[in-house]
Design a protein around this ligand. Structure first.
Ligand code: UDX
Ligand code: UDX
Length: 469
């Protein structure tokens, strides 16, 4: 099938490359010329495991092309994906101006045939009809006879950064929302190789469930899924904070409740809060939509405020163990909002940097992605001293905080790091390290909701210090 994907960000590029990989003819359109030139040379502008290989293979078989020419993309695509960003506005609403611009552009370039226009971007509920209106208006403005027909389908993405290629080929479900069965049938045909698991890790599993529904329900499924997962993390973080006070271990508690199939074991990793380009934006947008319709989404508001508190919990723990932070040096192990991505959007590291700086601490940081791709880290505030190795990070630090659960952080020689530090204190913001090995390496180890054997942090629980957020 002929496919056009407009927007080659974390979602659009993965979607375009993977659809080309399964055999479709894909043109990816982006208005960023430098990005398009880079992709035309076979390079991915983002770090996503497996993506470059898939891109290059599809380009070699002539199934994947990149252009800035929207008209060419619209003319080519039987299916046209809109996958531009929908960043949050200060009010919590999604900024839909890029979706609007692309929808208008599609209307300006439609000529003949039947097209399915797909909202892949996460857009406010009701956007399917809104996109349809914008395309129709743009067609009407041309005052010429246009024979093209189209339908709008909502096909939300559930791709985790860092495993987006895997998630594309191994989805839990595919959601298709629309009013015309003809459009849904075309989408089902597009995804047939994925539904039948031809490219899946385990091709023997039964076919991927396809949820056929209306536009608004499909749009709501996306928001509800992310809001549920974010709330689940806020829940376990709250349990962790109670564990900290009563001396229970949240990692054991998570295992114990996760084995209940009604609860499930995933997304029960307590830590210093959720971030990234989707959870904060999508939960805020759902709260905003509810408000627009006269409903106060109290549970979601609580999930957000619990997360805001969690994102500065490491400061509270540092104050408990170090006292005054002014003049101290704190090293952040990891900056990205999760491992296996170079994405810094809404990472908890940014909150820590702001508060540590405000309290007069010097902040150093090490992230494996900074070593690979330093230009992606321009969003790091300039007062942060970026280092290129964990050893350099540890030098003269009063404490380190593990912010991102990069796999390589499990293999570090912590005994070596400990001797380089002023005081060997580790706040494990993801409960990712083994408390006993850390203690053996000479560290005073502090997890999240996880009393540590061999050190006396539990005794310090009585001196609670709050951080003004
Ligand atoms: C996507 C979704 O679309 C968003 O709604 C979802 O919630 C998260 O994933 P993302 O892939 O992260 O967004 O977007 P981003 O990385 O910002 O990339 C957007 C791309 O679209 C950029 O390459 C940008 O250059 C391009 N773009 C933007 C256009 O081609 N045209 C425009 O008018 C605007
Ligand atoms: C999310 C959705 O999971 C995905 O379906 C899509 O809609 C895009 O948004 P992503 O933001 O890439 O994916 O990462 P995800 O793995 O969901 O993690 C989000 C945040 O939650 C990260 O900051 C992560 O560290 C945190 N997290 C995740 C936890 O704190 N604990 C957990 O148990 C899981």
């Amino acid at each position: 099938m002929k496919v056009c994907v407009v927007g080659t960000g974390y979602v659009g590029l993965v979607t375009g490359a993977c659809l080309a990989h399964v055999g479709h003819q894909v043109i990816c359109v982006d208005n960023n010329e430098a990005k398009v030139a880079l992709m035309q040379s076979g390079q991915s502008p983002i770090y996503e495991p497996g993506l470059t290989e898939i891109m290059q293979a599809a380009m070699q078989t002539d199934r994947l092309h990149f252009t800035t020419d929207l008209a060419a993309g619209v003319d080519h695509g039987d299916v046209i994906f809109i996958a531009v960003g929908t960043p949050p506005l200060p009010t919590g609403e999604s900024d839909t101006r890029y979706v609007e611009a692309v929808a208008r552009g599609i209307g300006q370039h439609l000529t003949t045939g039947y097209k399915v226009i797909v909202n892949k971007s996460t857009v406010p509920i009701g956007s399917g009809d809104w996109v349809r209106r914008i395309v129709l208006d743009a067609v009407a403005e041309r005052q010429e006879k246009v024979t093209a027909e189209f339908d709008v389908v909502s096909n939300p993405e559930f791709l985790r950064e860092g495993s987006a290629v895997y998630d594309t080929f191994n989805p839990d479900r595919i959601v298709l929302g629309g009013n015309n069965p003809k459009a849904i049938d075309r989408m089902a045909a597009l995804y047939a190789p994925i539904v039948t698991r031809v490219f899946a890790e385990n091709s023997k599993l039964s076919p991927v469930p396809v949820v056929r529904t209306d536009l608004s329900s499909a749009e709501m499924i996306k928001y509800a899924a992310n809001a549920f997962l974010a709330t689940k993390i806020s829940f376990i973080n709250e349990v962790a904070n109670i564990c900290d006070r009563v001396g229970a271990d949240v990692t054991q508690v998570a295992q114990g409740i996760g084995l209940d199939s009604r609860i499930g074991s995933k997304f029960l990793q307590a830590g210093i809060g959720w971030g990234g380009s989707c959870f904060p934006k999508d939960v805020a947008a759902l709260i905003h939509t509810a408000n627009d319709y006269g409903y106060k989404a109290e549970l979601l508001e609580a999930a957000v405020s619990a997360n805001q508190r969690q994102r500065v919990l490491a400061i509270e723990k540092l104050q408990q163990v170090l006292g005054i932070l002014k003049g101290k040096t704190i090293g952040l192990l990891g900056l990205t909002f999760k491992p296996d991505t170079d994405d810094m959007r809404d990472t908890p590291a940014l909150d820590l940097i702001v508060h540590l700086s405000r309290l007069g601490a010097k902040v150093k940081a090490f992230d494996p992605m900074y070593v690979e791709n330093s230009h992606g880290f321009q969003s790091v505030p300039e007062q942060v001293i970026l280092t290129t190795s964990p050893e350099q990070l540890a030098e003269n630090c009063d404490a380190i905080v593990l912010v991102t659960d990069w796999q390589q952080f499990r293999q570090l020689d912590y005994a070596q790091l400990a001797v380089r530090m002023n005081s060997a204190i580790a706040i494990d913001g993801r409960n990712y390290l083994d408390p006993e090995s850390m203690t053996e390496a000479g560290f005073f180890y502090i997890g999240i909701g996880r009393p540590s054997a061999g050190n006396s942090f539990a005794a310090m629980r009585s001196t609670q210090i709050s951080v003004a957020v």
